[in-house]
Design a protein around this ligand. Structure first.
Ligand SMILES: [Zn+2]
Length: 306
């Protein structure tokens, strides 16, 4: 499905979801939600993620990121439990192949530019409709409640390839059937955002809880479509430049030119053409000819945090 259509579909799901919205969750079995407090107990990460044990996150104004993340995770958990949802507040280490009806990893950003402010949300770059719907529902609640600007232009590869959502590479991740996103609630390095995440922590927690409930209520009758497979290949450009096209063939338009040594992720191989994954959520497909690149499996890459 094209990105634009997906966005439209997510918008429609949101509208339908809000029509059915009554503040409680209708389900026959108890729903389970995982809330991860980013960087909390990072020193306890298992061997496969040992390179992230020192990943302690942002720090500013006498605050550490994991403290802010944990505080808001616990407040959010209380709201969800009031609505009848079972909640796991998770540290950096996610139980192997963790299954839940939704998974949200809470983070706060940091930047040397203290004027940067706002929030952003990302799902794994494989773009599963369920995760995209979770993203849209959270954004719809968190944006107005926080009064923060959407900072989507700063969604990073560390968010799109977040280790806890990379079930094709590590054991201590969510299941590939768990809708999941990472939420950067604001910049710890920005005084206004910092005040929002401390003095306004309860309001933010309420918004995260409302976003998750909105998502849980928007589940289609017959469930979410099966998640697309995760990419397993990395392509490194071997020619001086290479054309990236809008489809798998030379007649498709060139949408971008990439240079030698550029690293790309491949989601699909179709004959001589490779479909590329995009870290940024944008419409349209991107394809490259396999003669231009060297292909490798990606499980040798270091895990990504945010
Ligand atoms: Zn973080």
């Amino acid at each position: 499905m094209k990105g634009k259509a997906l966005v439209r579909l997510a918008g429609l799901a949101l509208i339908l979801g809000s029509l059915a919205w009554s503040g409680t969750v209708h389900a026959t079995t108890p729903l389970r939600v995982g809330l991860q407090a980013g960087h909390w107990r990072a020193n306890e990460l298992p061997d496969e993620l040992r390179s992230l044990r020192g990943s302690t996150g942002a720090a500013a104004g006498g605050l550490r990121e994991h403290e802010v993340n944990l505080d808001i995770a616990q407040r959010t958990a209380a709201y969800l439990q009031q609505a009848g949802v079972t909640v796991d507040v998770l540290p950096s280490t996610v139980p192997p192949n963790y299954y839940a009806d939704a998974f949200v990893s809470l983070h706060a950003d940091g930047s040397a530019n203290t004027r940067l402010s706002g929030f952003k949300i990302a799902g794994h770059y494989r773009e599963w409709a369920a995760s995209t719907a979770l993203l849209a529902a959270l954004r719809a609640e968190y944006g107005p409640a926080s009064g923060s600007r959407w900072d989507g232009e700063h969604v990073s590869s560390g968010m799109r390839g977040y280790y806890a959502m990379s079930s094709h590479r590590f054991k201590h991740t969510i299941s590939s059937y768990t809708p999941g996103v990472i939420l950067e609630m604001g910049y710890l390095t920005n005084p206004n955002d910092r005040r929002l995440m401390t003095q306004g922590a309860d309001r933010l927690a309420r918004a995260v809880s409302d976003g998750i409930l909105r998502f849980l209520n928007s589940k289609p009758e017959d469930g979410w479509p099966a998640p697309p497979p995760l990419p397993e290949l990395r392509a490194t450009v071997m020619t001086a430049t290479a054309n990236v096209r809008s489809g798998p063939g030379p007649k498709f338009s060139v949408v971008r030119v990439v240079n030698r040594n550029r690293t790309l992720f491949v989601s699909e191989v179709r004959g001589e053409w490779l479909k590329l994954h995009s870290y940024r959520q944008r419409p349209g497909e991107r394809w490259i000819h396999r003669a231009m690149v060297k292909l490798e499996r990606i499980n040798d890459e270091p895990p990504q945090d945010s």
